[in-house]
Write a protein that binds this ligand. Structure first.
Ligand code: SAM
Length: 277
């Protein structure tokens, strides 16, 4: 595992609180011979935790990818721009509602600011594709520092960063690569549909596409592990693979478990406690 990073993004569905569980089921960075690939990277909780030497990170959310690209090459400039935003609700609304087509540094700073000051770190858009989350306050804004962005940038330089659908990313994986996947899902459910914006939806057909791509990857010798819902129709897509139920772990209270979290880790390899589906 790499040196711990201060998580710089707030992200709904982020796997930070499940790291306590995941650490026993994922390969260490040293044992990954090829690349660590994450096609639904979100806030990158698992990527930063594993700390791989070589990675491919991707997500369908273009504004999120702007943050990564901006910080990867120019952490200091992003920080400078981030610092300059005002600190009132009016300032927040001004930044949120008057999106300017700036360069990647400006876009990264703007989205980082909105992420750190919006309500509960939500990521929601209206039908015109405009970010429309309400104001959440300044209390989480200065929890991150310039040093954090520098540390994140250092890690990101070991990664290629893409924006788009998961399928092409999975197709790119070859023997020796390791894939970690965390698609949008609702525990116990078969679909994730409660939003207006394309990349936040995940329909059963997407799970089917995902299963097909992962079966092909396995045939090429790629190892993979994925968190997903325990809905029987989803589990049914992965017959013959391994699964272990995810207990509800919390970062500060490891070992506290509920029997029915509605989430499962499915993998192409046997991990501790897993059984064949
Ligand atoms: C559950 S979140 C991942 C959270 C991440 N593991 C973390 O710890 O922060 C799922 C991610 O999938 C992305 N996504 C949704 N549909 C996608 C698609 N078709 N291809 C690639 N990414 C997609 C969303 O933008 C979101 O960032």
């Amino acid at each position: 595992m790499g040196k711990q990073i201060n998580y710089f993004l707030r992200y709904p569905g982020g796997k930070r609180r499940l790291l306590v569980f995941l650490q026993d089921h994922l390969p260490s960075s040293e044992s990954i011979k090829g690349r660590y690939i994450e096609p639904f990277v979100g806030s990158g909780a698992v990527f930063f935790y594993v700390g791989p030497q070589k990675a491919l990170l991707s997500d369908a959310n273009p504004e999120l990818i702007d943050i990564y690209r901006g910080i990867r090459y120019s952490p200091k400039s992003v920080w400078k721009a981030y610092e300059k935003f005002g600190s009132t609700k009016k300032d927040y609304k001004q930044v949120r509602d008057h999106k300017r087509e700036e360069n990647v540094i400006g876009r990264a700073a703007r989205m980082l600011f909105l992420n750190r000051t919006c309500f509960k770190g939500m990521w929601r858009h209206n039908r015109e594709g405009k970010f429309n989350v309400g104001y959440g306050g300044q209390s989480r804004r200065w929890v991150i520092t310039e040093e954090d962005l520098l540390a994140v940038s250092k890690r990101l330089r070991k990664a290629k960063i893409e924006c788009g659908d998961f399928e092409t990313i999975i197709e790119d994986a070859s023997k020796d690569d390791f894939l970690f996947l965390d698609p949008p899902y609702k525990p116990h459910e078969q679909e994730y549909t409660n939003s207006h914006y394309g990349w936040q939806q995940f329909r059963f057909e997407d799970h089917q596409r995902l299963a097909k791509a992962l079966k092909q990857a396995k045939r090429r010798g790629v190892k993979w592990a994925m968190t997903t819902s325990t809905h029987p129709k989803i589990l049914g897509l992965f017959r013959g693979f391994y699964a272990v139920k995810i207990p509800k772990g919390t970062g500060s209270l490891p070992g506290i478990m509920t029997k029915n979290s509605g989430e499962v880790l499915i993998s192409s390899y046997k991990t501790e406690g897993s059984t064949k589906l």
